[in-house]
Write a protein that binds this ligand. Sequence first.
Ligand code: 4GY
Length: 249
Amino acid sequence: MMIFDVLTLFPGIFVSPLQESILGRAAKQQLLQVRLHNLRDWAEGKHQTTDDTPYGGGDGMVMKPEPIARAIADLKTRTPRAKVLLMTPQGAPFSHQAACELAAEEGLIFLCGRYEGFDERVRQTLVDAEYSIGDFVLTGGELPALVMIDAIARFIPGVLGCSDSAEADSFSDGLLEYPQYTRPAVFNGMAVPEVLLSGDHGRIARWRREQQLLRTWRRRPDLLKRAELSDEDIRILEQLQRTDSESGE
Ligand code: 4GY
């Protein structure tokens, strides 16, 4: 079973997102365990202080290194090989690929920051990897940790039904998903594409691949450079670029 340890000043943030739906079921089935820890439990003094003013002056507070060092040392007595992860806009872009790799670890420790961030020596000596979930600034590392736990959990065998495995989903080949439809066949005057009602599985598969390529080219051309493309895919893309104007994407 995969162990996720979370070090945070606000463990309450995690409770309901981890209890609901797929993650909640995975925890019940003992496919994963998320252990929430209040960093304040490792702080000292009457006020159990976890932050202090920055050396050199400036706004806000910085998280002190000692409570974090004690907390990580304690957690590692139980999961010695666990990797310590820190969520910050300065980290490496978190991705499908990173989620897949992290799912192979025995344990992960998510160190969630608040205020203006961490004493630099925390990063240097206690953290194995830093990740960013996007180019924006949040008020703490808790929501990024939840995002990462969710994305990583999808790669743990048994968490998703066998009908939709994480390896089979479209990001695995680096392309965006094709459009999906369900009943009714006509909604507000908009009909489902005829090919999807045809019952011709070969034609449907070719249409879906074409839609994936079209969408990715239109919306995220940066992804195409790294996507796994067959000769047929490249032929389809060249065709699309010649007939660009027609589609409603
Ligand atoms: N974006 N991706 C992000 C963030 C804010 C540490 C307190 C992000 O991952 N984390 O915005 N984190 C945290 C950073 C100090 C605020």
